[in-house]
Write a protein that binds this ligand. Structure first.
Ligand code: ADP
Ligand code: MG
Length: 240
């Protein structure tokens, strides 16, 4: 589903991603961890071409992402992304936030988009909030709307960049619960997160990054019990 081969990326003279090789299968859940500034967000953003790679090959959902002729809108339709800050449209009701792209991009009739949108709101546990504005919701609820909005495009892949980092502690669980159920249903997911308990439980694989490199990739159980690389050991020991 996702294949990085010898991918490099520079921001000007700064070498942010170094020789990235990473292959993610359909239905796999990969959690990317590592220190701040290690390139996790950049890696994620390359997947839907919010950032361009400088060299190497990147294949996502059958597309060559670096191809000049990539039909970008068509390509992005199938990739949902959820950010730390929810980026909801403040002037639109929750349901309209969710139906906007399905109507405009997928061309769904309004009633069908609404029917599906309500189903996704139910799915994330906030059906009763359809007609309110984002500002009337808690952070955890807003993030669940953002997830429902991503799901409403019926994506092949969901990307999450620290989806719980901006939340009060008591709201983290409700967002992780939604992500956990998505993982169980077989969604292909790439998640940048500092929630190690969640990562250990939900990830098929952990990718540990440091200074623009993938330093270690391992099955979650192995990684947390016995990371192979010294840098990973140091990182984990600082969290405990
Ligand atoms: P992480 O998500 O792991 O914290 P990022 O991918 O956001 O790391 O950033 C990796 C490095 O690239 C950081 O040193 C950051 O300052 C730098 N960086 C990120 N975005 C840009 C940009 N648009 N221009 C220049 N440097 C950037
Ligand atoms: Mg980041």
């Amino acid at each position: 589903m996702i294949g990085f081969e010898q991918v490099n990326k520079h921001y000007g003279s700064f070498h942010v991603l170094k020789d990235i090789n990473l292959h993610i299968e359909t239905g796999e859940v990969v959690v990317v961890i590592g220190p701040s500034g290690s390139g996790k967000s950049t890696l994620l953003r390359c997947i839907n071409r919010l950032e361009e790679i400088s060299s190497g090959h990147l294949t996502v959902n059958g597309y060559q992402v670096h191809d000049n002729k990539l039909p970008l809108n068509h390509f992005r339709k199938h990739i949902g992304i959820v950010f730390q800050h929810f980026n909801l449209y403040p002037h639109m009701k929750v349901i309209d936030n969710i139906t906007l792209a399905p109507i405009r991009v997928l061309g769904l009739p309004e009633h069908e988009a609404k029917r599906r949108g309500l189903a996704y709101l139910e799915r994330v546990g906030i059906l009763d909030k359809a007609e309110v504005y984002p500002a009337q919701l808690s952070g955890g609820q807003q993030q669940r709307v953002a997830i429902a909005r991503g799901l409403a495009m019926n994506p092949a892949i969901m990307l999450f960049d620290e989806p719980t980092s901006a939340l009060d502690p008591e709201m983290i669980g409700e967002v992780l619960d939604v992500m956990r159920s998505l993982a169980q249903e077989g969604m292909t997911m790439v998640i940048v997160s500092h929630e190690m308990g969640f990562a250990r439980e939900v990830a098929d694989r952990i990718v540990f990054m440091d200074q623009g490199q993938i330093v270690e990739q391992a099955v979650a159980a192995d990684f947390f019990v016995q990371p192979k690389e010294e840098r990973a050991r140091v990182f984990l020991s600082r969290l405990l």
